[in-house]
Structures are given as structure tokens and as C-alpha cells.
Design a binder for this molecule. Sequence first.
Ligand code: MSP
Length: 485
Amino acid sequence: MSNYYVTTSIPYVNGEPHLGHAMEFIMADVLTRAARQQGETVIFSTGSDEHGGKIAEKAAELGLKPKELADKMSAQFSGLAKALNISNDRFIRTTDPGHEQRSKLIWKALAKDIYKSKYIGWYCTGDEAFFTETEVKANNGVCPNHNRPYEKIEEENYFLRLSKYNDAIREAITSGSFQIYPDTRRNEILSVLDEGLEDISISRPKEKVSWGIPVPGDAHQMMYVWFEALLNYITVLGYPEHDDFKQFWPADVQVVGKDIIRFHAAIWPAILMGLELPLPKVLYVHGFITVEGKKMSKSLGNYVAPLDIVKKYGVDPFRYYLLRHIPSYNDGDFSQATFEAAYNNELANELGNAVQRTAAMIEKYQDGVVGEIPPAEHDIGEYKLALQACRFDKALDEVWNQVRGLNQYIDQEKPWMIAKEGDTDHLREVLAYQASNLLEIAELLEPFMPETAAKIQAVFRDGKVYPIEGTLFPKSETKDEASEE
Ligand code: MSP
């Protein structure tokens, strides 16, 4: 078996964790658990992005030191991962001394691709990004993401020779050695490469941005936050000397959102090429979530705290919703009504009932004895292909075809009629088939809904049925009351 390395982007610590962060953690967790299920040795890394002007600004606003804010918020992100049952092996913070020290090593290793020059242009601290004259003009000088004017900057910075790698990056993408899913995102980056990458600034003067990692050998310059944040994917493995790095790089899948594709499909590959390292095998780019049809924002009052949903409905229904009802290759919407509908119809009525009815009939007619459970028999080719392509929604559709198929089978076979007729052999066969099917469903669900899978497996084991306490997905009074709040 081989090694498998998965990463998420590392969230900024200037704000609370939201649904987008939760979804990204969960998607990467599905890939991780699926790989482990196949017997791979996995490292799954996530973390927090803690430097830069944006964090320093937020800390000042709150009367905190940047590191105090980072400590507080980083703990919220690692807490979120825990609450979502994310099985990450690592959580890297860009303020970790190891990251800082290795980032400096990388800077030095890239010396041949770094030069000093004058940057005249625009910057938005909200985006922590540089913008061209054309972009700024198109937005009439005001950043639409942050509703504030772009800052005009004129400074002496270090530049990375991105232009040098333009064609090699394109070649890696078109040859398939560096895959980008979905195709729409791949095409987007190919057209950026067609226009040609320009060299980019990778440092800021210390007097302007002091919260960061110093450029080695220059007391006046700090590394541009995006430059060092990208390095987390290899510093966390102990680049350059550690065995983990040697055995796990290149990453099998890097999961990021659509707004940061250029950083991951242009700048990051250029850095890797400069270090003479292979590119990740797959970059999976998910879309954006809106809430009740609108951009998520505290000021619009539609901010949904992931932990509130988990508290109310449990972790697996939340994972399920984000994986199946937010399109894996597109943007999607989270609404209370569609969430409740999915919970009631798909989880409680379809999956929950299939488990409940089967267990109850085996108890009632066979004293809880299933007997020999026949092996699974469904073709899971489509499910596997969907997972490989990070089509989580499609993989779950495949599982649900089985869930629905099983309910139809029960309705058609009517085991209660068979029991009435006294055909015990046939009854045993039908119920054993149902149990077998549910165990197969549990196995397919494991990466997506690990607790639910374990519960189903605990019901049907050793040829017997062990009743669950309550139901898998309760439609309780308190839940209905809570939803009317
Ligand atoms: N710190 C950078 C990433 C550095 S990686 C070397 C960053 N942080 S972020 O907190 O702004 O975003 C973290 C992830 O959340 C990104 O992949 C981003 O696309 C994703 N999302 C932010 N808002 C989102 C939605 N509304 N919906 C889905 N994902 C979203 O970018």
C-alpha cells in the first residue's frame, strides 16, 4: 500500500469559522477516510494562516497583540475540526517556529528566482493581494470584496520569477501530471496562463507590515503572507530533510476554494518548480456557499455558525448536507428549509427507516438472529469514480440509489407477509439480504458519515441484531421547537 497526502487551505485567523471552512475540512476528511479505508497510509494536514496586515489590523481593532488573536482564533479552527469529526493528523500554524525556520530555508533555496525591484501598484489588505491597474479601474478604485479603496503602494520589494515558469505550469496541466478539478477551474487557470504570468512581489517593507516572517538577510523586509502561507504544505512535512516529506510529497489532493485558485495553480507550482519539487497530483477547487441565497456575512445577519447546526442536528447530518446538497463542482446554497428537508426525507425517512425496519423485523420474527449474511453484490464502480474525481455529491447519489433500492425491495417483498405465510426460509433470506445491503451502505457511507456508519455496523454484527437506542436521526420535539425559533 502507498502513502497518501491530503491538505486543505489554511484559514485566516481574523474571523470566526464559517460554513465554507467547515465544508472544506469535511471534503478533505472524506478523501482521507476513503484512502484509509483502502489501506493507504495517510497524512491529512490543515491549520491556520496567522501572519500579515489583515490579522494585525483585526488584532489592533480588538486591542490584542497579533499573536494573542492568532492563539485564540487558531484554537477555534482546531476546535471546529474536532467538532466535525475531522481526522486530520496535523494542524500547522504559520507562527510555529518550525514553519518560520523552514520558510527561511526555502527563501534561500529559491535565491536564483528572487530579485529586488520596485513595485508600483495596488494592494488590498482584506484580500492580502496585489492588483493590477486594469483590475482596480474596473472596480472604480474600490475593492468589491471588502468595500474599501485599494491602497496605492510604491515600494522596493523582492520579486519571484513567476513568468519563467508559465509554460512549464501549462505543460504540467495539459499533460495531466497536475490535474485540476473541475474542468471549469482548469480552463480558468489555462486562460490566465495564456495571457502570461507576470513576476510577483513576495515581500513587504517591514515598516508597513511587521507581523510576519523576516526575509533572511534583509532587516527591512518581511515575507508576503501568501508566499509563506503556501509553504505550509511542505514545512508541515518537515521539508527538506524529514522522512515524512520524502515519503508523502507530492500531495495526492489539495483542497481549496475557487477564490484562491491562482495562488494554488500558478504561484504554488512556480515555487515548487523553483525548488525542483514535483507538483501536487490533484488540485480540487470547490465553489462558494451562500446562505439563504445571499453572500454569508455577519452584517447581513445570515451568518450560520457551523457548531450551532452540529449541536442541533448532530455532526453527520451536517456533513451529509454539505457533501450532497452543495454541488461539488459548483456554488451552492445553505438554507434552513432545505437542510430540514434533507434531514427528514433522506436521512430519517429513507436511511433511518431502512435500518429501523430491518432491525425491528429481524428482532420480531427471528429473535434478533440474522444468520449468515450474504456478501455485498452491488456494482460500486460509479461511486469509486465519483470519489476519485472529488464528486462527493455524485458518490452520495450512488449510495442513495442503494438506500432507495433497498426500501423498494422491502416494500415489494413485504417480509411481514412472508412471516404471516410462515415461509421461514424465504423470510430468513430476505432479511439477511436487507442486513447485507445495509452493511454495504454503511461501508460506502463511512468516509462521509463515520458515526452513522459505525452505528449501522454495530446494529448488524456477528449474525445478530443489536437494537440502537432511539433512532439514527430523531425527529424530536425539541428539534421542531428549535427550528421554529
Ligand atoms: N488564508 C488563506 C488560505 C491560505 S492557504 C495557503 C485563505 N483563508 S480564508 O479563511 O479566507 O479561506 C479559507 C478557505 O475557505 C478557502 O479555500 C476559501 O475559498 C474558503 N471559503 C471562504 N469563503 C467561502 C464560502 N463562502 N464558501 C465556501 N468556501 C469558502 O484564503
